[in-house]
Design a protein around this ligand. Structure first.
Ligand SMILES: NC(=O)c1ccc[n+]([C@@H]2O[C@H](COP(=O)([O-])OP(=O)(O)OC[C@H]3O[C@@H](n4cnc5c(N)ncnc54)[C@H](O)[C@@H]3O)[C@@H](O)[C@H]2O)c1
Ligand SMILES: N[C@@H](CCO)C(=O)O
Ligand code: NA
Length: 428
């Protein structure tokens, strides 16, 4: 069989990993049933020192020209960005009936439905295993391994940088900024690290996973997003004491009033399967109606794990597999009915900084009582008459709208001297 000729756009962290993985020629030939050959490449700067063996691959200066070049059979997009050249090149490849492999979750989160229609109307594959949870085969897991199931819920640690930061903060007590710099140096972070720490990258991945899991159109704009900037060392300590870990999770759940999609820091029991994924590891739990719960764990970022997923998609393309992008044909994707975060039901952790004087706790308790929120525990450490001291409480399950109502009343109390910190507790 003729070789699969690969056109690769982007020679950064992931592109470099892909070049190295493609060097395993014999292994890939066996698995793909034909040779997979790096035929042409492009990146922004041809003269940059890269320490990569590009073999006989020809250099192309323009990604869009590469995408439709007659000498390539598949286009691999590893540039990044939801718009601009990455989108133009992917569209050009699909319109030219060339399959596309991409790691670009920002692109899929914003234009997934449109690109799925374009791919399917041209009869070619749009493969994106690397875009969600890097090396974990979650897209294949959902579309193939779990195809018999109706998915009820999924939750995941989908950003290696945040998990790395939260883990390192807990283990070392070190500073947020210091640890972020380390994650960037290791090639985990996005070009703009605020995408990682503000939860946007997790939301991109969640939106894509939701479409693949529930057969809905990608609805990034309906994801409720909060990041980890406000997580303080003291919250990590309290979490530990209460038997929790703090994780930034993406959660998608089918409710009777629509699909919840939310990204925010969560306290999860130390014994929950998801809590065991530490450092740069990602993890996803999928709850299906026949299979029950399945846990996927692995590395979600970095050159090797991400290249592993890109090359697996190339093997699928070489084998001629064509699966609808989000599991069902694009024109059958359901319209997503978003469920409001205000209707989330669960427990809460609330940390207040209050003046150490009589009556403060009574005022806080009254606000919760009036909102119909039941307290589970209350901790006050140390004393400092007249000064701010931390008070931590946890609640029973309640609807979020009740909790936010009580918290705004509490925030307005004169004796509450810093903004309250609310973290949702998830009992998986
Ligand atoms: N780094 C990771 O761990 C990881 C994991 C999963 C997915 N991703 C995704 O993979 C993609 C690439 O990420 P990365 O970390 O390798 O980025 P990177 O910044 O290391 O590499 C980007 C590459 O794109 C090239 N590029 C940028 N603009 C270009 C242009 N206009 N024309 C041609 N080439 C251009 C750059 O020269 C560079 O070679 C992104 O979509 C990212 O979100 C990254
Ligand atoms: N910045 C992302 C890369 C993988 O998509 C992360 O930290 O997980
Ligand atoms: Na993946």
């Amino acid at each position: 069989m003729s070789p699969l000729r690969v056109g690769l756009a982007g020679l950064g962290v992931v592109g470099g990993g892909v070049v190295r993985a493609l060097a395993e020629r014999e292994r890939l030939q066996g698995r793909a049933g034909r040779a997979v050959v790096l035929t042409a490449v492009t990146a922004r700067d041809r003269n940059k020192a890269r320490d990569l063996d590009l073999g006989n691959a020809r250099w192309e200066s323009d990604p869009v020209a590469l995408a439709k070049a007659p000498d390539i059979d598949v286009f691999v997009e590893l540039i990044g960005g939801s718009d601009g050249v990455a989108k133009d090149a992917v569209e050009a490849a699909l319109a030219a009936k060339k399959p596309v492999v991409t790691a670009n979750k920002a692109l899929l989160a914003k234009h997934g439905a449109h690109l799925a229609r374009l791919a399917e109307s041209n009869g070619v594959q749009l493969a994106y295993e690397a875009a969600v949870a890097g090396g974990i085969p979650i897209v294949k897991g959902l579309r193939e391994g779990l195809a018999a199931n109706g998915v009820r819920e999924l939750h995941g640690i989908l950003n290696g940088t945040c998990n790395y930061i939260l883990t390192a903060m807990r283990e070392s007590g070190r500073d947020f900024a210091d640890i972020l710099a380390e994650a960037q140096a290791l090639g985990y972070a996005e070009a703009d690290p605020s995408f990682d720490i503000d939860g946007i990258d997790t939301a991109h991945k969640l939106a894509v996973l939701t479409a693949a899991a529930f057969g809905t159109e990608v609805g990034f704009d309906h994801v409720h997003v909060e990041g980890i900037r406000h997580i303080a060392a003291i919250d990590i300590e309290y979490a530990q004491e209460l038997g929790f870990r703090i994780k930034l999770l993406g959660i998608a759940r089918l409710t009777d009033h629509g699909i919840e999609q939310r990204v925010h820091p969560c306290m999860v029991p130390i014994t929950a399967p998801i809590a065991a994924a530490e450092g740069v590891f990602n993890a996803v739990v999928v709850d299906g109606d026949f299979v029950d719960k399945v846990l996927f764990v692995g590395r979600g970022a970095g050159a090797g794990p991400t290249a592993s997923a890109v090359v697996a998609d190339l093997v699928d393309v070489a084998r001629g597999r064509v699966t609808p992008t989000f599991g069902v044909p694009a024109e059958q994707l359901k319209k997503l009915t978003p469920a409001s975060i205000a209707r989330r039901v669960g427990a809460y952790y609330l940390r207040l900084t209050v003046l150490d004087r009589p009556g403060v706790i009574a005022d806080v308790a009254a606000a919760l009582r009036d909102a119909g929120v039941s307290l589970e525990s209350l901790l006050q450490r140390g004393r400092a008459p007249g000064e701010g001291v931390p008070v931590v409480l946890t609640t029973h399950e309640t609807e979020e709208s009740r909790m936010t109502g009580a918290v705004s009343r509490i925030a307005a109390l004169e004796s509450v001297v810093e903004p309250p910190r609310l973290i949702r507790i998830e009992q998986f």
